[in-house]
Design a protein around this ligand. Structure first.
Ligand SMILES: [Zn+2]
Ligand SMILES: [Zn+2]
Length: 322
């Protein structure tokens, strides 16, 4: 009888909260299944150049009922919200180019509004403390206002994440999930890392920002799903030629410098094949193409000459399983 009352109460709460979410046009929380495998949601597939259809670096990794974020780029609060994710087990940073961290404050604030009342762990290579403390410092007045206004209903803890800095190696090993940080090649940016998630006989690797290099290949070895940044060099050639013809050496050199530290699509396809990767999902698309079939087909042109597995061109909000 007591159980029945309890279930009725839960049902009423669910109906009320669903009605509340619908009334506000708010997404419902994602139902997380502890028996599910591992998958990713590409929450930001763009680069710093503004593109209304692509936020910047942000990828959710879902392992059973645990949810992690790799990087917290621009607009991630929106795509994360649309995915129905209002809490996280941890956040991992790959490096400290601002397109990889600028969305952190908004994400935490949204969690605070959603009622999350605890400090979320943030892990990254050295630099994490400086970056996260800097972002949190800009929220000091905002937090003061909200607590003055809402009292304990707004969580102070959620706006104070717990930051730890790590060297490459295993950074988390808990309940069947192992996360390993590995170095990548994004020179002159140091440190720069990727992450390897191993869960229930599946390996998912998130590249971070890197050119194709032996360290990256080692980190991606045997991945069932490699979520990789990608750059299509051929698409830049007309722009480069124009800049050169116009004598715009500043623009010419900046495009060239940008191209040097990202993963060129054909080299990436070769690397993935040699590393035994089974599936590729491309993100951090450079140039920042529109999310159309034609542009995406052009972006991956030639890759299947080198890589046998499926190649997915990411769009914001897309979910991919190994
Ligand atoms: Zn980047
Ligand atoms: Zn970068």
């Amino acid at each position: 009888m007591r159980k029945k009352t309890c279930l009725s109460f839960v049902a009423i709460v669910m109906v009320v909260s669903t009605a509340f979410a619908v009334a506000q046009g708010r997404p419902q929380a994602r139902a997380l299944d502890p028996d599910a495998g591992i998958s990713v949601i590409l929450l930001g597939t763009g680069v710093p150049i503004p593109n209304p259809q692509r936020g910047t670096a942000c990828t959710a990794v879902i392992a059973g009922d645990r949810v992690f974020l790799v990087d917290t780029g621009r607009n991630c609060v929106v795509t994360l919200d649309q995915a129905g994710i209002f809490d996280l087990d941890a956040i991992f940073y790959t490096h400290y180019h601002s397109d990889h961290f600028i969305g952190l404050g908004e994400i935490l604030l949204n969690f605070g509004v959603a009622g999350i009342d605890r400090s979320i762990p943030v892990l990254g290579p050295p630099g994490a403390v400086e970056v996260v403390e800097g972002i949190i410092a800009t929220y000091r007045l905002d937090l003061q206002y909200r607590i003055t206004h809402h009292g304990e209903k707004f969580s102070e803890a959620v706006m104070n994440p717990t930051v730890t800095e790590h060297e490459p190696g295993v950074v988390l090993d808990e309940d069947g999930l192992k996360v390993t940080m590995f170095p990548v090649c994004h020179e002159p940016i140091e440190p720069a890392v990727g992450y390897r998630f191993e869960y229930r006989d599946r390996i998912v690797v998130i590249s971070g920002d890197t050119r194709v290099c032996p360290d990256y290949a080692a980190g991606a070895e045997g991945a069932d799903l490699l979520v990789s940044e990608a750059e299509n060099a051929a698409m830049f050639n007309p722009g480069l030629a124009l800049a050169r013809a116009a004598g715009n050496t500043r623009q010419f050199e900046m495009i060239q410098e940008g191209m040097e530290y990202h993963a060129e699509t054909l080299a990436l396809a070769q690397m993935a094949q040699e590393a035994g990767v089974k599936k590729l999902a491309l993100t951090h698309l450079f140039p920042s193409i529109p999310p159309t079939d034609a542009a995406e087909a052009a972006f991956i042109q030639g890759m299947s000459d080198y890589f046998d597995g499926p190649i997915i061109v990411g769009r914001d909000g897309m979910e991919v399983a190994p």
